[in-house]
Design a protein around this ligand. Structure first.
Ligand code: PMP
Length: 387
């Protein structure tokens, strides 16, 4: 990617290549700015004085000694109210985003004494950052082995189960099934994206504030872990890599999650509560997108079954944070076609798939989403050459 925007998160209608009247729309990243209108309603402020939160420590004697008690309380309260994951009686580990906790989980599940690196796999299409994060330090503890469906090596392995999946929004289960360790990345297992059909209780479950409430910039994630030793090794990783996690961020997250919880518990008022608001917004976008895709005739996008959502107490659909667009003509380059209309998306090859697919963020600002739909209508297949 050689555009001036490469590697930079979308910051709205960012002018690209100097053409201010026809800006590039960057839907490559999953920057969840979609929820900002909801949070603009909130007047709650976190004020931290110069003398507060100065210590590295939050509390002695706790396995995760840098975790703020209010943060832990809010996370457990929210899981209890939403019913998406068991958190009582489990170890909670806070991280700088769930990205840090992903690496902490790998570290925790591998032993320095093992003769060979442990294989790390995930069924394709998989979240592109797994491959990148697993390989960038060339660790001798673990090795990225790609698509879990094609994995046939002997020896220990770790399988990532992302459900709902990034990029394609599908609900997933492990595929290898040979007794390896599992990491469940449940970043999108919240009722605005997908029906809550069961209370998850896996060995390691990763969540992130980024995708739950949209506060990606706060850089807070959490892991719910069953095994004490595994949780302890994850804490060790955080100690070694960053000596804990920003306390300001933890307190901000605690306040935000606490506000969502208060609303859930309150009787209905004049304004939509967070998950209702977010679900409505996403489902409206999905409706518009499906119409645009149908009109264009060039692409297909996934269909999702309705399921009974234990949180909303009704049948609901899925409205993933990304759309996995696939060209009907498998010879076409999906990202390339969209790039011609100045829409940046992430090439299917980055997810272990092929160039006929591309991941497009559904979580951008309204203005960007509207421009995306307008431009989608203009996408044309390449002219066939007679030469
Ligand atoms: N897991 C999945 C499936 C994601 O989509 C993301 C963000 N795109 C992350 C983890 C990382 O989230 P963060 O580091 O912002 O917490």
């Amino acid at each position: 990617n050689t555009t001036p925007l490469a590697g930079r998160p979308s910051d709205g209608l960012t002018p690209g290549l100097g053409l201010y009247s026809d800006p590039i729309i960057n839907l490559d990243h999953g920057d969840p700015t979609i929820f900002k209108p909801y949070w603009m309603r909130s007047r709650d402020q976190l004020v931290v004085s110069g003398s507060e939160l100065m210590s590295y420590f939050s509390r002695g004697g706790h396995p995760c000694w840098f975790m703020e008690p209010d943060f832990e309380k809010s996370v457990k309260r929210l899981h209890g109210l939403v019913g998406n994951a068991v958190s009582e009686g489990r170890y909670l580990v806070v991280g700088t985003g769930s990205s840090q906790l992903y690496l902490a989980s790998l570290y925790a599940l591998c032993s320095p004494d093992q003769p060979h690196p442990v294989s790390v796999v995930c069924a394709a299409p998989y979240y592109s950052s797994y491959a990148e994060a697993t390989t960038f330090l060339k660790s001798s503890l673990f090795k990225w082995e790609g698509d879990a469906n094609a994995f046939d090596k002997d020896g220990p392995y770790i399988e990532l189960v992302t459900s709902p999946n990034n990029p394609d929004g599908t609900t997933r289960n492990p595929v290898v099934d040979r007794g390896g360790n599992l990491i469940h990345d449940l970043a999108y297992y919240w009722p605005h994206y997908t029906p809550i059909t069961y209370c998850a209780d896996h060995d390691i479950m990763l969540f992130t504030l980024s995708k739950c409430t949209g506060h990606a910039g706060t850089r807070i994630g959490w892991a719910i872990v069953k095994n004490e030793q595994v949780a302890g090794r994850m804490v060790k990783y955080l100690e070694l890599s960053s000596i804990g996690v920003s306390k300001e961020s933890q307190l901000r997250a605690a306040r935000i999650l606490g506000a969502v919880c208060n609303e859930i518990e309150a009787p209905p008022g004049p304004n939509l509560k967070f998950f209702d608001f977010a679900k409505l917004l996403l489902s409206e976008r999905w409706g518009k997108l499906r119409q645009a895709v149908k009109r264009s005739g060039l692409f297909t996008v996934s269909e999702f079954p309705l399921a009974y959502c234990l949180f909303f107490r009704e049948y609901t659909g899925s409205h993933p944070g990304f759309v996995w667009m696939t060209c009907k003509d498998k010879n076409l380059d999906c990202s390339g076609l969209l790039r011609e209309q100045r829409i940046l998306t992430r090439d299917g090859r980055r997810f272990g798939s092929d160039a006929s697919c591309s991941r497009v963020s559904m979580m951008s600002k309204d203005e960007e989403f509207d421009v995306f739909l307008e431009r989608l209508a203009k996408v044309k297949p390449p002219e066939k050459s007679n030469a």
